[in-house]
Design a protein around this ligand. Structure first.
Ligand SMILES: Nc1ncnc2c1ncn2[C@@H]1O[C@H](COP(=O)(O)OP(=O)(O)OP(=O)(O)O)[C@@H](O)[C@H]1O
Ligand SMILES: [Mg+2]
Length: 604
């Protein structure tokens, strides 16, 4: 990656900063204004204290003026008090604005990112997103808060203090302006280098976060495969590279202070030599000289802050650029302006010569045509990677077809309002997705604002009510992360209940391949059959019963429909489906099961 790719250029730096201030600081301009007021007072306090050195030395120490002693003492107390109060006020106000910027940005960013296409999430590491939402936003706040404080308070302090210096001895003060540009040069270079390092450090940090997620989530498999040591080593590698990069950034940053200090030392030596000679020649009073030195020493802190300001600002701008980059990305799959709501009438699904490739270039669908008549159940079967899940993805527009058309009741899914489209579709997927919340909340996710009675009815429909009431807190039981406190079958029945509650006319079902015991299997089958009633269902079938009950079966292979027809007709054809049926769909142990299920079916 080149320097230019990861860092804003001078022109865009300004644009970024302007946008950051306009969109995220402006809402708090009243507080900012008050903060600026306090900054002016605090900066003035610094200069006043330095200026007081002159009467202290000349009038009190030299001339032994008692009235002046009292006056100066009172003044020092007053100035420090006012300055302290102003500093407090300014700090609190800036802290408020800074934290508000974080909160506002996080709210906006999350609300934006969550609308992105599925493709975005498949192509972006979770850790990277987490890092954008936390580290980057923190750097942005830093940039704004420190920059504004620095620009206003520190530069004002500096101006006032330099004013005092000129007031005391202008020739001496001019000397300062020779050193200043020399000091700035290395600081600018350090800032540039810091930006580069901090970008790579954040990337690594994002990968580290992703690593942690992955490891802790997959801890069962890590143990089963005895991979603890391997994982620990792999993670250590990442930790070490994060360490190296952050250490490098800190080392770069650390160079800034000593450079300034060394330059400052040389400067002070020069001042002492010149000022000392002036006093000896009676050109300068002791008080004036010490007020000058005091102002100069006090000027060191704001000067240092201003020197660091550029580094902070650049770090913040790099983060700002990344965050704005995300905010400026719009989801590609959206409703056309003014698109009408989907009117479902039976829910007939048609794929007409649909082809699709993922961003990676994998051709997943190649001219798929299929039809699910209203109210029917169509099963998709075929080898792994054939494109079955991809077919399902086309309907709620998780992805859009590259060519061909997907219609519901004759209407192209791309021509209708996407919210109404997704409202019409229920989805029960291979992996059940549950949230770390109560059973009730997890079912209610199917339809916001559902009543308690509706939730219970949905649970009953999914054969989940019985086990839910046996849980320690019934519907209020917290199920743990990803439903960790439930069995596999219970998790599936909860997600069936959720779809039940949604009560959408079209149902997409991606049957779980994970083996469940025959009893649980039967229960789930029963719940599913109930769910599929009176709905147009497109199901990816891994179970014999599902296939046998389907009205039509499509055998998918290499992104194409290889065969289609009823179970009987496909068996009679003795083609690919018949072979798959013999090999995979009917493991010997399930033969008994299958007949039981068919008998079950006859009862219906
Ligand atoms: N998000 C993705 N990005 C890139 N390629 C993908 C993505 N999802 C799937 N693919 C590829 O598309 C092809 C079809 O995948 P798909 O998930 O539709 O298969 P499937 O028939 O559902 O398989 P399975 O029965 O194993 O679930 C595969 O080659 C797969 O590698
Ligand atoms: Mg699949």
């Amino acid at each position: 990656m080149t320097d230019e790719n990861s860092q804003p250029r001078a022109e865009s730096s300004r644009t970024l900063l302007v946008r950051l201030v306009r969109e995220y600081v402006r809402p708090y301009w009243r507080r900012m204004l008050l903060a600026v007021f306090f900054m002016v007072i605090a900066a003035g306090g610094d200069a006043a204290l330095a200026r007081l050195m002159q009467p202290i030395l000349d009038d009190v120490f030299d001339k032994q003026d008692r009235d002046m002693l009292v006056l100066v003492t009172i003044l020092v107390v007053v100035v420090t008090l006012v300055k302290g109060a102003a500093t407090y006020g300014q700090t609190v106000l800036m802290a408020f604005v800074g934290q508000r910027i974080i909160a506002d940005l996080q709210t906006k960013l999350f609300g934006h990112v969550i609308r992105f296409d599925l493709a975005f999430f498949h192509n972006t590491a979770t850790g990277k997103l987490v890092s954008r939402m936390t580290n980057d936003i923190n750097l942005m706040r830093n940039a704004v808060a420190n920059t504004l404080t620095g620009l206003i308070k520190d530069s004002l302090s500096l101006v006032f203090l330099v004013g005092v210096m000129f007031w005391m001895d202008w020739k001496l003060a001019l000397l300062a302006f020779v050193v200043f540009p020399i000091a700035i040069f290395p600081i600018v270079r350090i800032g540039r280098r810091l930006r580069k390092v901090s970008t790579s450090a954040l990337d690594e940090l994002g990968r580290f976060t992703a690593r942690l997620h992955e490891a802790f989530q997959g801890v069962r498999h890590i143990k089963a495969y005895n991979m603890e040591a391997f994982e620990a080593e792999r993670t250590e590698g990442l930790i070490e590279s994060v360490f190296r990069l952050i250490y490098k950034a800190l080392r770069t940053r650390a160079a800034a202070s000593p450079i300034m200090e060394t330059l400052g030392g040389v400067f002070i030596a020069a001042v002492i030599f010149y000022g000392g000679s002036q006093i000896i020649d009676n050109e300068l009073t002791t008080g004036e000289f010490f007020a000058f030195i005091a102002a100069m020493l006090m000027a060191y802190r704001p000067l240092k802050a201003l020197a660091n300001l550029n580094a902070n600002l650049q770090e913040g701008l790099a983060a700002t650029q990344r965050v704005f980059g995300i905010l400026d990305t719009e989801p590609r799959i959206v409703s056309e302006p003014g698109a009408p709501a989907l009117a479902v009438n039976g829910g007939e699904i048609t794929f007409d010569d649909v082809s699709f490739s993922y961003d990676t270039g994998t051709a997943a669908l190649d001219g798929v045509s299929l039809n699910v008549p209203a109210g029917n159940t169509v099963a998709l079967v075929g080898p792994s990677g054939a494109g079955k899940s991809t077919i399902l993805n086309m309907l709620p527009r998780f992805y859009d077809a590259d060519s061909g058309q997907v219609t519901i009741d004759g209407t192209d899914v791309r021509s209708v309002d996407i919210t109404s489209l997704r409202n019409a579709i229920g989805l029960v997927s291979q992996e059940t997705v549950l949230f770390d919340d109560s059973v009730r909340a997890n079912i209610a996710y199917g339809r916001r604002g559902a009543s308690e009675a509706e939730i219970i009815a949905a649970a009953e429909g999914a054969d989940a009510h019985a086990f839910i009431t046996e849980l320690p807190d019934g519907y209020d039981t917290l199920i743990g992360e990803h439903g960790a406190r439930l069995s596999g079958g219970q998790r599936q029945r909860l997600s069936i209940a959720r779809a039940m509650l949604k009560d959408a006319p079209i149902l997409l079902l991606d049957e779980a391949t994970s083996a469940l015991d025959p009893e649980t299997e039967r229960q789930i089958q029963h719940s599913l059959r109930h769910l599929m009633q009176d709905r147009t269902t497109l199901v990816i079938a891994h179970r014999l019963t599902t296939v046998q009950e389907a009205d039509i079966i499509y055998f998918i292979k290499d992104g194409r429909v290889a065969e289609s027809g009823s179970h009987q007709s496909l068996m009679a054809k003795d083609g690919a489906y018949a072979r798959l049926y013999a090999l995979e769909l009917v493991p010997a142990s399930e033969m008994g099961d299958a007949s039981a299920a068919s008998a079950d079916n006859a009862d219906d």
